[in-house]
Design a protein around this ligand. Structure first.
Ligand code: SF4
Ligand code: SF4
Length: 449
């Protein structure tokens, strides 16, 4: 798989100071400042935050609100890049003490693709982590940034050890996709604790604990079916460890930290090269049949990535992070963030512009929901601002797969409404003003009863 890079610098780089959920960073630079590659440009004293760095060398031309791929706006540092590779000095940190690693991860700006600072997953306040899992089931071996499968295997294995050290966890596992033969081959036979590693399949009751015992090792590599969705962490944790994560809780509540390939790679680079997290790989798909993987600097506008992908005609819709559960963008000037994994393009004729109609109570959304929610009811309640009731019927359990909206014959924006309710609940729902009822015609007269 070939990873491409942009052949020219964007006219401007827009780096949001909000790269994850939690505290937003304060800018450390102002208009007119010159910044270098890797320079810290935003930080927050809050624990639940992660530093932001410049991905280019250039002049800050504004610190202002800009479009964010999550559909909202965010305070951002806008930089006019110079054709220069001048960077702050990168100093490798090989002798980090475990207690310092979490702070180092925060300072290096490493976040999980599901929107959480990595150090808060490894060291959650008031909880103890005993197992670290690297979920590699939704990213091909290449992860975008490894030269060979063997390099991938050895670097991810080293990254797992660093993550375990930071978390104070005794056990760790890397979980591959069972049809990702290249990854399985790459890991098969590498040495862990002077023993040749065997990639073991997760089948039936053979969870990770079984393989720790069977292989007499605290680090194992497993394979399982691909599970879709960014918010599928609880399922993933149960499937791999057998530990049930209660409704409204996350894997850290059962002692498990789930990290992704990108954050693992970012940690490896930060420790070994001193390089903060300021670039990433996004896949671009649609319009033509090709899928491309492009390495981009954080803050690159989608337009530059799309231009590089080679599309010149009309685009009907741009979607960040997958057509099923991603967010449609209202501008191509929205920047790539640390949470951007995919840019999907739709031709004008592919864009569904059907108007939502009333719910016909077909229950298709209920049939497909993998976590046994009642999406139709949640949508009505969310639309009416009844967040407390959404919570009572477990809206937080929604893994945002988008299946309900995909099958809905009435074209109701179920997922968007559920997300609205979840966000409202997260932001202390009791203080939220009720959302104005939209014109989605969800009302079937029953008011969700
Ligand atoms: S997006 Fe819909 S189908 Fe998927 S988990 Fe949430 S409610 Fe269920
Ligand atoms: S929300 Fe859509 S899929 Fe669900 S019951 Fe109503 S019409 Fe059917």
């Amino acid at each position: 798989m070939e990873i491409k890079t942009l052949d020219k610098l964007p006219e401007k780089i827009i780096i949001p100071l909000r790269q994850h959920r939690g505290a937003v960073c304060e800018p450390l630079v102002k208009k007119g400042d010159r910044v270098l590659i890797g320079q810290k440009i935003g930080e927050s004293k809050e624990y639940y935050s992660s530093a932001v760095h410049s991905s280019v060398c250039g002049e800050v031309i504004a610190v202002e609100e800009s479009a964010h791929p999550d559909g909202n706006k965010a305070m951002s540092v806008v930089i006019q890049p110079e054709d220069s590779n001048e960077s702050v000095p990168f100093t490798p940190c090989k002798d980090l003490k475990p207690e310092k690693l979490a702070e180092f991860i925060k300072e290096s700006g490493i976040v999980e693709h599901y929107g959480v600072p990595t150090h808060t997953v490894l060291k959650p306040k008031g909880k103890k982590i005993d197992t670290v899992l690297i979920n590699a089931t939704s990213s091909e071996w290449i992860g975008g940034t490894f030269k060979t499968p063997k390099e991938y295997a050895s670097q991810v294995m080293d990254a797992l050890k660093l993550l375990m050290k930071a978390a104070g966890a005794k056990k760790g596992a890397i979980v591959l996709r069972d049809d990702d033969k290249e990854s399985i081959d790459a890991f098969e036979g590498i040495e862990v604790d002077k023993k040749k590693l065997r990639v073991a399949p997760l089948v039936g009751s053979r969870k990770v604990g079984y393989y720790y015992r069977e292989q007499n090792s605290d680090i194992v590599v497993l394979s399982q079916k691909r599970i879709y969705g960014k918010r599928i962490l609880n399922f993933f944790t149960y499937n791999v460890t057998g530990r049930k994560v209660k409704i409204g809780c996350d894997p850290t509540d059962v002692g498990v930290a789930v990290c992704g390939i990108k954050s693992a790679k970012a940690l490896y680079d930060a420790v070994n090269e001193g390089k903060p997290f300021f670039d990433t790989v996004v896949s671009v798909e649609g319009v033509s049949d090709k899928m491309e993987y492009i390495s981009v600097k954080i803050g690159t506008p989608f337009k530059d990535v799309i231009d590089h992908y080679g599309h010149t005609g009309d685009i009907g819709k741009i979607i960040a992070n997958g057509v099923r559960s991603g967010v449609a963008q209202y501008t191509d000037q929205v920047p790539v963030t640390k949470g951007t994994t995919r840019i999907s393009l739709q031709k004008p004729e592919e864009v569904i512009r059907d108007e939502s109609m009333e719910c016909i109570h077909c229950a298709r959304c209920v049939d497909v929901c993998p976590v046994e929610l009642i999406p139709a009811r949640l949508a009505v309640m969310a639309d009416q601002g009844r967040f407390d009731e959404c919570r009572q019927i477990h809206v937080e359990n929604c893994i945002e797969c988008g299946d309900c909206a995909a099958v809905c014959p009435s074209k109701i924006y179920i997922l968007q409404l559920i997300r609205y309710a979840k966000d409202a609940i997260e932001m202390a729902y009791s203080d939220m003003p009720a959302k104005e009822s939209s014109n989605l015609k969800l009302g079937c007269g029953c008011g969700g009863e």
